[in-house]
Design a protein around this ligand. Structure first.
Ligand SMILES: Nc1ncnc2c1ncn2[C@@H]1O[C@H](COP(=O)(O)OP(=O)(O)OP(=O)(O)O)[C@@H](O)[C@H]1O
Length: 306
């Protein structure tokens, strides 16, 4: 039986920064400082959101997070009238005089984009291509003219000027992903787009080891197994670092030995990886083929003590 855990990790949300990640963050910070919005794109689970949030944090300004979705609209972004406030004064101090004053005003609530633009926050717009392109058009005026038009509202000013400290970081999955809209060229043209791919197995192992507090040799064995299965994928990019983290965390918490020949470990790998692998391979019997591939990869797995 193998020793899996040194101790449970205390800060599982923190990003693990190797030299390449640090370099990426410092370059991106420079681009943001120069006034250019950043766009991280790439397959699922490669760390785009984590990097975007770590970058936003480096600016030392309040961070506003928006998740793209097809129902997001200008009311969410700019704001909306949420109801009415009414005020009534009845003056009947002198019995023979009855005076009544009533006023009704609409109550306005700033949308998240308006709040960020007005106050100079760092906006992280996660998975922005899941929102309809027409909704994202508003960013053209923000990025080009430095104004947020208040169209569609009954506000008296036509626009709000963008605060000089405002910055925006976008993340997205590539166009071929389900539930994703194609982005208008005019918007892409204004962003610095950086592709984030799966990391190599050593960089992934360093993250798994750090986040789950797992010995590096076991972390490497898991990320190698997942990377091998990823290579079998023809249709999409296959299992990601997220799957490695799940396997490592569950093995550690449930005291499952990280040994390729162990049937409980194999079962865990099939549960976590089976569906994803079956979707990304070309086979007449995808589920069965995926299970066989996973068992084969488990049997080939080696834990090399460092
Ligand atoms: N450098 C890193 N340090 C620590 N954890 C990381 C790092 N990169 C990725 N992760 C972890 O990997 C998992 C996937 O990362 P994240 O959600 O940022 O990926 P993503 O590319 O935004 O995925 P999706 O496209 O599915 O939204 C998360 O659990 C995250 O905490």
């Amino acid at each position: 039986m193998t020793v899996l855990m040194k101790k449970i990790n205390k800060n599982s949300k923190a990003i693990v920064q190797d030299a390449k990640t640090e370099d990426l963050l410092s370059r991106s910070l420079q681009y943001l400082k120069a006034g250019y919005p950043i766009h991280f794109t790439g397959p699922s689970g490669t760390g785009k959101t984590s990097i975007a949030l770590a970058l936003a944090k480096k600016r030392n300004k309040p961070v506003m997070l928006i998740h793209g979705n097809h129902e997001l609209n200008n009311k969410d972004l700019i704001g909306d009238f949420t109801g009415y406030t009414s005020k009534k004064v009845v003056d009947n101090y002198i019995r023979s005089v009855y005076k009544r004053e009533e006023s009704v005003t609409e109550t306005w609530r700033d949308g998240r984009l308006l709040e960020a633009v007005k106050n100079g926050y760092t906006l992280v717009y996660d998975e922005f291509t899941r929102s309809q392109p027409a909704t994202n058009n508003i960013f053209l005026s923000i990025l080009e003219e430095g104004i947020l038009p208040l169209y569609g509202t009954k506000l008296t000013e036509p626009f709000v000027r963008v605060h000089p400290d405002f910055a925006v970081i976008f993340t997205s999955n590539p166009d071929e992903y389900a539930g994703v809209y194609q982005t208008q060229d005019a918007l892409l043209d204004r962003l610095i787009t950086i592709f984030i791919d799966h990391k190599d197995r050593d960089r992934e192992a360093a993250i798994v080891s750090e986040k789950v507090d797992l010995d590096k040799s076991y972390a490497t064995a898991i990320t190698t197994l997942v990377a091998e299965l990823r290579k079998e994928c023809k249709v999409d990019s296959g299992p990601s670092l997220r799957a490695s983290l799940m396997i490592a965390k569950l093995a550690a918490e449930e005291s499952i030995p990280i040994e390729g020949s162990d049937s409980t470990f194999q079962r865990l790998c099939i549960d976590i990886l089976g569906h994803q692998v079956s979707r990304c391979i070309e086979s007449d019997e995808p589920i069965k083929t995926a299970e066989n591939l996973i068992i084969k990869a488990c049997n080939n797995m080696k834990v090399i003590e460092e």
